[in-house]
Design a protein around this ligand. Structure first.
Ligand code: GUN
Ligand code: ZN
Length: 440
């Protein structure tokens, strides 16, 4: 048994759009997290848990926060060398920067080295689970699964499907990628903490035939879901409408091919209408909100309020490399800005919910990860609210103004971390109770 002592914070439900429904989260100054055999046994006041488990190994994190590991619901492992590529919107950006870099993943040595770097970055940024796009190459998906298995991470990934309107080097062969997909499913789906997810890149680069076999496979294999992109950029939406004139909407292309359902997750969803949102909600399909990517590519503003009011599950995505930051804290700072520009807001409570439990729910993993309920897998992060001079001054002042009462300053401390935090605020990252990263 291990007892981690510090300020415990996690979410139990969506705190909602306002100042935060206090039954949706727990913030426990001088709290403790009890972990055994990689799972959460209990959380509560340190006095209670140290008395209950007097022989437990203690890890005292002082005033640092103990929070569930971040869940990145949309990220590209093969875009480690695309991040921060200047001056283009989606379709140009894909042609000029992304496709040429992804073509390099045909080389297994390049794929292995880039993938190891990628997972090192996730750990350093406090991301313990992610839903990942590799490339069209079977070997690139294999590298992600193998590396995730080695690190014992809960990861969702699938070989990218592209069989038209992309460079030859990135195009699936005559079977449209089916045999490689089936081999990867057999090797990795349900293996350790890993799950395979069907991954057509987006409707534009998949033929109807490719989408059709994926829809068929989804029905045949239990627990097999789908990830893709939808309605990210105006030119992209118009292009997809040309390619699939019979579809009512971009989202409808996926629905017609049987690609919506629980565990399925689509990135962006900026240009959706009410009928699309109703279909997402009715089918249990989630959206990945990728605000820093949407700013970077100039894609547009995601309407979180509308999506949530329609009953759509929404997770948070860094969307590296269109997104310029691995840090889901920095991504939340972008989310705050994107919502402010629409007259909406994002409380720190809902922000941390998006980065943790909401991501687990979006991926159908809320039974395993996302908060500290007993029995969940003990993936957690230690956040330092004094990581930088700016953060230290801001959070200690908040505490002073609250008369030293940490609980009374909770909202301000969390908001400061959300706006000013990044990898510097991540003191340590734990997977199944074991430290996998410690800030140098
Ligand atoms: N749409 C199709 N492919 C991509 C991609 O790699 N990144 C983003 N942001 N959108 C896409
Ligand atoms: Zn993406």
């Amino acid at each position: 048994m291990d007892l981690h002592l510090g300020t415990l914070f996690h979410c139990l439900a969506d705190p909602g759009p306002g100042p935060g429904n206090p039954t949706a989260w727990e913030f426990i100054p001088q709290g403790a997290l009890a972990v055994e055999a990689g799972r959460v046994v209990a959380r509560g006041p340190a006095t209670v848990l140290t008395a209950r488990y007097p022989d437990a190994r203690r890890h005292d994190w002082g005033d640092d926060l103990i929070v569930p590991g971040f869940v990145d619901t949309h990220i590209h492992a093969a875009q480690v060398d695309v991040i921060a590529s200047y001056g283009a919107q989606l379709l140009d950006w894909l042609e000029r920067y992304t496709f040429p870099e992804e073509a390099c993943f045909a080389d297994p040595a390049h794929a292995a080295a880039a993938t190891a770097f990628f997972f090192d970055q996730l750990a350093a940024h406090g991301t313990t689970s992610a839903c990942i796009f590799p490339t069209v190459h079977e070997g690139a998906a294999e590298a992600v699964f193998a590396e995730a298995a080695r690190r014992r991470l809960r990861i969702v990934c699938g070989k990218v499907g592209m069989d038209r309107l992309c460079p030859e080097a990135l195009r699936d062969g005559p079977d449209r990628g089916r045999a490689a997909t089936e081999r990867l499913i057999a090797r990795w789906h349900g293996h350790d903490r890993l799950r395979y997810i069907l991954t057509p890149r987006f409707a534009a680069t998949s033929t109807p035939e490719q989408l059709a076999w994926m829809g068929q496979l989804r029905r045949e294999v239990p627990g097999l879901a789908v990830q893709s992109h939808v309605a990210e950029n105006r030119a992209e939406v118009a292009w997809v409408q040309e390619l699939y004139p019979e579809a009512r909407s971009y989202l409808d292309v996926y629905e017609r091919h049987g690609l919506l359902g629980p565990g399925c997750i689509y990135a962006h969803g900026i240009y959706l209408d009410d009928a699309d949102r109703a279909r997402l909600a009715a089918t249990g399909t989630a959206l990945a909100f990728c605000p820093s990517s949407n700013e970077f590519l100039g894609s547009g503003l995601f309407d979180l309020t509308r999506a949530r009011e329609a009953g759509v599950t929404v997770g948070l995505g860094s969307d590296v490399g269109a997104g310029p930051a691995y840090s889901l804290l920095r991504t939340l700072a972008s989310a705050y800005g994107v919502l402010q520009l629409q007259g909406q807001s994002l409380s720190p409570w809902r922000g941390f919910y998006l980065a943790t439990l909401a991501g687990a729910q979006a991926l159908g993993l809320e039974g395993q990860i996302g908060n500290f309920l007993p029995g969940k897998e003990a993936d957690f992060v230690i956040l330092d609210p004094a990581a930088t001079p700016v953060l230290a001054r801001r959070t200690s002042r908040a505490r002073e103004r609250a008369g030293g009462d940490l609980a009374a300053a909770a909202g301000e401390i969390l908001f400061a971390l959300m706006l000013l935090g990044d990898d510097r605020a991540v003191r340590a990252t734990h997977i199944l109770g074991e430290t996998i990263y410690r800030r140098p």
